[in-house]
Design a protein around this ligand. Structure first.
Ligand SMILES: [Zn+2]
Length: 370
């Protein structure tokens, strides 16, 4: 099974699938999706292609069980981040202890492992279905897993195959984006009597933000750690000799379980109260994603715990598509191998970690779907 997975991994990693929403004009997921379709059809698996956007399909591959068992989704994304500065991103290199190349770890190893496990599940007499969801756009807007959920695909549980260094991740923070707009009044720079400076009057928001961040660090969640808040972007003014009529501060918050988009808008509204009351302000929520928090007693968590006794259980610092699946009612956990260089110019999969990963995953699939 090991060599079969690594062969498929090298094939997938040799195909450029840079997310075109991250890098305009990039290749996208079409070619790698087509390769998966061909592989899965030759393996005798059921294949459904779900067009998320033109040329950007999810591929859903099913090893049908005999019936009456629990179905399990193995979800991994097929898009990769940009390759600026990466010498030979799509020529995977195999060394004794690692395979390197863009996307090998994040997450083509997950895609390859899931597909090969599905093939091995055929004819094993499992009662539940093993469903591989090879999804697009995780690195940007998660349109792939959104489309999956919108299509009504439902399984009893899911494992999202992101690189967790063999930690069984049952929780992570979510995030919310919001904006404070401060309105001033434009006037010639020589006319302080007519102008009202939106940038200067926005300043209390920034100092208030620093105080809020300091307060959040004192209130950690027992599993995922503390929420956090920071300024992401600031825009204001039109030219040097004009009083700025507008200043916008875009703010990101990392949310802990129990918080949602309204947590941020509530805090931003509080921050605007620090501003001179003569100033007009607006608070808007722009985007966000829920945190993940499922019980360690969930059968899918216990399947991994049983398959890999002694592996750590906990939270990841990063957000994953598991939160979308869990919000749709599919208990979801995140599990994957280790390595390094994700989103950098030398990405690699650690093969020692991979050997544990694929064995534990296979054992968990069998025990969950038997
Ligand atoms: Zn990823």
């Amino acid at each position: 099974m090991r060599d079969e997975i690594l062969d498929l991994l090298r094939e997938l990693a040799a195909i450029d699938s840079v997310n075109p929403d991250l890098v305009p004009g990039a290749a996208g997921e079409g070619e790698v999706a087509a390769h998966i379709v061909g592989w899965a059809e030759r393996a005798g698996l059921d294949v459904v292609v779900q067009d998320v956007e033109p040329g950007r399909p999810n591929v859903i591959v099913t090893a049908s069980g005999s019936g009456g068992g629990r179905s399990l989704m193995l979800n991994a994304h097929i898009d990769v981040v940009g390759v600026e500065g990466y010498a030979a991103p799509f020529q995977p290199v195999t060394e004794p202890s690692r395979i390197s190349g863009r996307g090998v770890l994040d997450t083509k190893v997950g895609v390859a492992t899931a597909l090969v496990l599905a093939r091995h599940a055929l004819g094993r007499g499992l009662r539940g279905d093993v469903v591989v969801a090879a999804v697009v756009d995780e690195e940007c807007g998660s349109k792939g897993t959104d489309a999956l959920v919108a299509s009504g695909l439902a399984t009893a549980a899911a494992i999202v195959l992101e690189p967790t260094e063999l930690t069984i991740v049952h929780a992570h923070r979510g995030w919310a984006w919001g904006r404070i707009t401060v309105h001033g009044h434009a006037a010639h720079g020589s006319r302080p009597d007519l102008g009202f400076d939106a940038i200067v009057h926005a300043a209390p928001v920034l100092t208030g933000l620093a105080a809020l961040q300091a307060r959040l660090t004192t209130l950690p969640h027992p599993v995922v750690g503390a929420a956090s808040i920071h300024a992401g972007l600031i825009r204001g003014g039109t030219e040097m000799s004009t009083y700025p009529a507008r200043c916008e501060i875009d703010i990101e918050r990392r949310n802990i379980p129990g918080e949602d988009a309204s947590t941020l808008t509530g805090e931003l509204t509080e921050l605007t109260r620090l501003i001179d009351p003569r100033v007009r302000t607006e608070v808007t929520a722009t985007f966000g994603r829920a945190p993940l928090m499922i019980s360690v007693d969930e059968p899918v968590v216990q399947a991994l715990v049983g398959a890999g006794p002694g592996l750590p259980i906990g939270a990841s610092a990063f957000w994953t598509d598991a939160a979308i699946l869990a919000e749709a009612g599919i208990p979801s956990v995140v599990f994957g191998p280790g390595g390094g260089g994700i989103h950098e110019t030398e990405e690699w999969l650690d093969l020692e970690s991979f050997d544990v990963f694929h064995r534990v995953l296979w054992q968990a699939v069998r025990s969950f779907c038997e």
